[in-house]
Design a protein around this ligand. Sequence first.
Ligand code: FES
Length: 127
Amino acid sequence: MGIPQPAFYIFKCEQSAPPGMPKPSCVSQNNPESQQLFQYLAQKLMQEGVMGTVQPIRTSCLNRCQMGPVMLVEPGHTMYVGLTKEKIDRIVKEHILGGKVVEEYVIDPEFWDEPISPADMKKQMGM
Ligand code: FES
């Protein structure tokens, strides 16, 4: 038997705008809780004993800054927005452990429409 793949990757946006930047960012000095969310997620996964098969990843901007703090759960392409510690608790319990997406925390489909395949994008660009 080989080394098992992770069951989930969780990409947590850790982008922070420099002080004074008007642009919103997922980690902000104006929102102290936002600075603790990655650590909180990692601790939660450790407490549940699932670290390793669930791999939290610090990432830079995922291009949905207005809706931050955000994190993307793969597989499934599930984008969670407006994160708090309480929301992370529920996402870990219901989605990661329970297998059921927490729909009420998922990004509005208007901002997360179906992806365009790279092949189609090339066609659209006339390439
Ligand atoms: S700063 Fe997090 S999505 Fe852009």
